[in-house]
Ligand binder design. Structure first.
Ligand code: SF4
Ligand code: FES
Length: 387
């Protein structure tokens, strides 16, 4: 087998995988915001190629039938789909717990009320910063922050639980305390302090997004203190970012173990950045059933379990805990997705990821490369703040 050949376990030895717990439905890549850390691919799917209503409904039915519990309605901005209420109602009808992952922009109160009436279970609202001018600058849209504040109020009025998600990077890492307090004031039950991960658009912007080690450590201390102070009032989810970690996280709970993503065009991915592993072949829900793709799809089989691993993972006692970390990050930094995630200090590439973090955390005058249709990797950096 050459170095990058995808392993293909024989049918005789393979055990069917348990059903995934969650499915992320990227209903559309259209979005009113242009965040430079967006995890969508640099090549965004166009509206004309999006799955139609009936196909999404069939996919949700298939997901429920195979045992999926949580459906994350995501994008882009999922409410940009005209059929969002119909899709949500169908997901609820087939027994899925529905979570709307939204920017809160472009959603009228009436639409949110229709979603609540359709049975939407939970809303996760993204916030760019606690300080509105900076938040608008990061989102690339003037007035966005104020609209989000109003949207959060509607979520509470309509009786739905609210989680605030804040992607953390150099542009807001010093404002963690204010961000957490803002989530509390918005009435959220949970806040996710999610350090930017460097795939897709964020990789284009690593030089402008990477915080220093000192900033990350100070943020971690702040989170620990706030967790104690706000116990019983607000749950704070946070993990150390990969570039400053000693051990990797089990990315997506382990490849092909707990979750799957469906893109706007119906391509089924083991994780949101899987398309960066260009030698993988992905199946479409328009050609095969979700269950068939999950169970036998070559992209899912490629890094499921532990048999594909190389040293140091092969002989590591943590291999069933973190599953070697992130395949996409291993490819991006080491050139081989079968390598240990370089976030792991046991990886021979760990020094490389540390050096990259130190280099990219240096101050720069460069602006963000904002996420938008048609933008090309390596293009001139631009500041756009639309109104
Ligand atoms: Fe995880 Fe591999 Fe590092 Fe062990 S060597 S901790 S399995 S990434
Ligand atoms: Fe693909 Fe981590 S983002 S495995």
């Amino acid at each position: 087998m050459n170095d990058m050949t995808v392993p293909n376990p024989s049918e005789a030895t393979r055990v069917a995988p348990p059903a995934p717990l969650g499915m992320l439905a990227e209903l559309t890549h259209r979005c009113p915001l242009s965040c430079p850390y967006c995890s969508n691919p640099v090549e965004l799917d166009k509206r004309s190629g999006e799955l139609d209503t009936e196909t999404w409904k069939r996919v949700f039915s298939e997901a429920a039938a195979m045992g999926v519990l949580h459906l994350h309605l995501s994008g882009g901005e999922p409410t940009a789909r005209k059929d969002i209420v119909e899709l949500t109602a169908h997901a609820v009808k087939v027994g899925l717990y529905t979570n709307l992952i939204t920017s809160g922009i472009g959603v009228q109160r009436e639409k949110l009320e229709e979603l609540a009436n359709a049975g939407l279970d939970h809303v996760q609202l993204s916030i760019q910063d606690a300080e509105s001018d900076n938040a608008d600058k990061i989102a690339g849209l003037k007035g966005a922050h104020e609209k989000k504040r109003i949207f959060a109020g509607w979520v509470l009025e309509l009786g739905m639980p609210l989680t605030i998600n804040a992607v953390i990077h150099r542009g807001n890492v010093d404002n963690i305390e204010a961000l957490v307090n803002m989530a509390l004031n918005f009435g959220a039950r949970r806040v996710e302090i999610a350090h930017s991960q460097y795939y897709g658009w964020a990789l284009e912007n690593r030089k402008t997004l990477m915080p220093t080690r000192e900033q990350v450590m100070k943020a971690a201390e702040t989170v620990e203190r706030l967790r104690e102070e706000l116990q019983g009032k607000l749950v704070i989810d946070a993990v150390v970012p990969d570039y400053y970690a000693r051990r990797p996280k089990p990315c997506v709970g382990g490849w092909g173990r707990q979750s799957l993503n469906v893109t706007p065009q119906g391509k089924v991915l083991p994780c949101h950045a899987a398309e960066t592993i260009t030698h993988l072949e992905f199946d479409y829900v328009t050609e095969k059933s979700l269950s068939e793709i999950w169970t036998n799809g070559s992209a899912f089989e490629a890094y499921r379990g532990t048999s594909w691993m190389k040293e140091p993972c092969t002989s590591c006692p943590r291999k069933e805990i973190d599953f070697g970390g992130c395949r996409c990050q291993a490819l991006a930094i080491t050139g081989d997705p079968r390598n240990a995630d370089p976030a792991c200090s046991l990886s021979p590439f760990h020094a490389k990821i540390t050096a990259l973090a130190i280099k990219d955390a240096r101050p720069t005058d460069e602006g963000y490369v904002y996420r938008r249709f048609g933008a090309k990797p390596g293009q001139a950096r631009v500041e756009i703040t639309r109104s």
